[in-house]
Design a protein around this ligand. Sequence first.
Ligand code: PEP
Ligand code: MN
Length: 335
Amino acid sequence: MIIVCKKSDDASVEMLTGKFESMGFRTHLSKGTESTIIGLIGDTSKISVEDIEAIDIVEKVQRVSEPYKLVNRKFHNDDTVIDVNGVKIGGGHFAVMAGPCSIESEEQIVSCAKAVKAAGANFLRGGAFKPRTSPYAFRGLKAQGLEFLLTAKKETGLPVVTELMSLEHLDLFNDVDIIQIGARNMQNFEMLAEIGKCRKPILLKRGLANTIEEWLMSAEYIMSGGNENVILCERGIRTFDTATRNTFDVSAIPVLHNLTHLPVIADPSHASGKSALVKPLAKSAVAAGADGLMIEVHPEPSKALCDGAQSLTPEAFENVMTDVRKLCGLENKIL
Ligand code: PEP
Ligand code: MN
């Protein structure tokens, strides 16, 4: 970290360097005619730039290393491989999470589970607690939806991923294999800290308008609680363009692989909002190095209670899977 001091007397600068040294940092001074620069050597991830800028002799502060540590590839070079009850994600293990946006009935989720499994998915997705913009929209079957999801898990053997919207519901998630933290809760810091205390894998979706650094800081929240099982999911971000529901940030995938050891998957369904765009976006994600995909599949998209326009029929999903397999030579990696 570099701290640029305003023109000030030696004693004030010494007081400041002494303060940092007493905190365990080494300091390096560079005196110019107009200003003095202090180089701070040590783990500065727990230091707040704003707090230092509030010191009267400080002009500005520049980080030279990232503010996150546990998720940082610099301190953990090997890809993290997350083992979800025997199904692995990351480090060459490809995950395909497929299923409806919302669980609507036992029959719907069970038939969808069978169809996506037959097409090659190795996880079943489905929302029981749904974040909806309108309070009048279908907000999920809640606890009953989770029961239906677990029935589908039992019938197919597929591990399940579903969204947690409130810590109050955490007890209902004991048999859920991956807890999804949706885009709208990516910066719900109380929630992140709390789920950091459990050891269940967490799928952390990117916030609607969050930077990659903010996203990684949210993953750091979970990891700093001791939970190392974090999977990141790029699901598109808000931009000025209205042609798609969101703008798919494909570059986030290689950028993240460079910055972090955590697995990165992509959700082309929420990124595009349109079923016809799911296949090309899925393929672009695979080509960019994604460790997996999350895709919405509904037995009858036109009757879906949520996100029908972006949902694939089981047949269309099978078609996407054929291309995905070809693209990354996955024949032996997924079912
Ligand atoms: C979902 O996966 O159904 C969902 C609501 O996703 P997001 O949080 O990315 O909008
Ligand atoms: Mn959805």
